[in-house]
Design a protein around this ligand. Structure first.
Ligand code: OAD
Length: 254
């Protein structure tokens, strides 16, 4: 089995999704509070850091608080159980948190990068970043105000251990390409699976949203867990209405 996941699988862990439900109900998404054109792009973030330091500080503080406080939910643990039983081929996720790995799932293919990884701006190496170090640095930085906060936030990722260059979070923003290796690994997993489970994604962000089509074209069994209809609900074999945290344990149970 392959799982394809998005922000919704972390909702029950306390991390807000990006988009509000199509009907306008439910909790606000991150992009309701912060414009994706600014806070989801490299040039927008760079401008906000300088021109709107207080708002930039609040954005970083909100994202960091949600990320570091979150614990895996029953859905993440359910995938972990499948992995332990040898039934999970891969989790392909658009999420940049560490909840799938902490729930015991592996391997995890992160299409949009990983907050706990830095990317060197000089030599382009990717380097794992210590969770507690980053947590402490971001907490200290966002306690400051205005440009002092900006200065410390921009230095929160430690320097590259290989060349000493500055690092940025190794995450994919709008307008940036997806990591080629991860993309190929996702395609291979979908070409080899005999069951695809989709959960927690609105299926609106290209090119990741096109990946489930590989399994669809191969006519393997497809399941979706979603509280509301998505672009996938019309064609999956089993569209299950519900949340990831409540539904996964029922699927894994027997
Ligand atoms: P979205 O915020 O677009 O969609 C979240 C989906 O999760 C919606 O379909 C919700 O109905 C569903 N959902 C909410 N709570 C749920 C729960 N408890 N269990 C299961 N599903 C639930 O998030 P993504 O589709 O992941 O990219 O967004 C895709 C990309 O857009 C992100 O990776 C990010 C964002 O902009 C970049 O920043 C490049």
């Amino acid at each position: 089995m392959v799982a394809f996941t998005g922000a919704g699988v972390a909702a029950e862990s306390g991390i807000p999704t990006f988009r509000r439900a199509p009907g306008g109900g439910g909790p606000a998404g991150l992009w309701d509070d912060y414009s994706p054109a600014i806070y989801g792009t490299p040039w927008g973030l760079a401008a906000a850091a300088v021109v709107r330091p207080e708002r930039f500080r609040r954005f970083v503080r909100d994202v960091a608080a949600a990320f570091f406080d979150a614990e895996p939910n029953a859905g993440h643990r359910g995938l972990g159980e499948l992995a332990a039983e040898g039934r999970l081929r891969a989790v392909i996720t658009q999420n940049i948190d560490d909840l799938h790995e902490r729930g015991g799932a592996e391997p995890i293919i992160k299409l949009h990068g990983d907050l706990l990884s830095g990317r060197c701006l000089r030599c382009h190496a990717r380097n794992a970043v210590d969770r507690e170090v980053l947590r402490a640095r971001l907490a200290a930085a966002t306690e400051r105000r205005h440009w002092r906060a900006t200065r410390h936030i921009l230095k929160a990722y430690p320097r590259c251990p290989r060349c000493g260059g500055r690092q940025r979070p190794d995450v994919v923003l709008f307008g940036e390409g997806l990591p080629r290796h991860q993309w190929q690994a996702a395609e291979t997993a979908l070409e080899e699976c005999d069951l695809l489970l989709i959960s927690g994604t609105s299926g609106t962000v290209y090119p990741a949203n096109a990946l489930p089509d590989i399994a669809r074209q191969r006519r393997v069994t497809t399941v979706e867990i979603s509280p509301e209809p998505t672009p996938y609900s019309g064609w999956v074999d089993y569209p299950l209405t519900g949340t990831f945290g409540e539904t996964m344990p029922q699927l894994v149970g027997d």
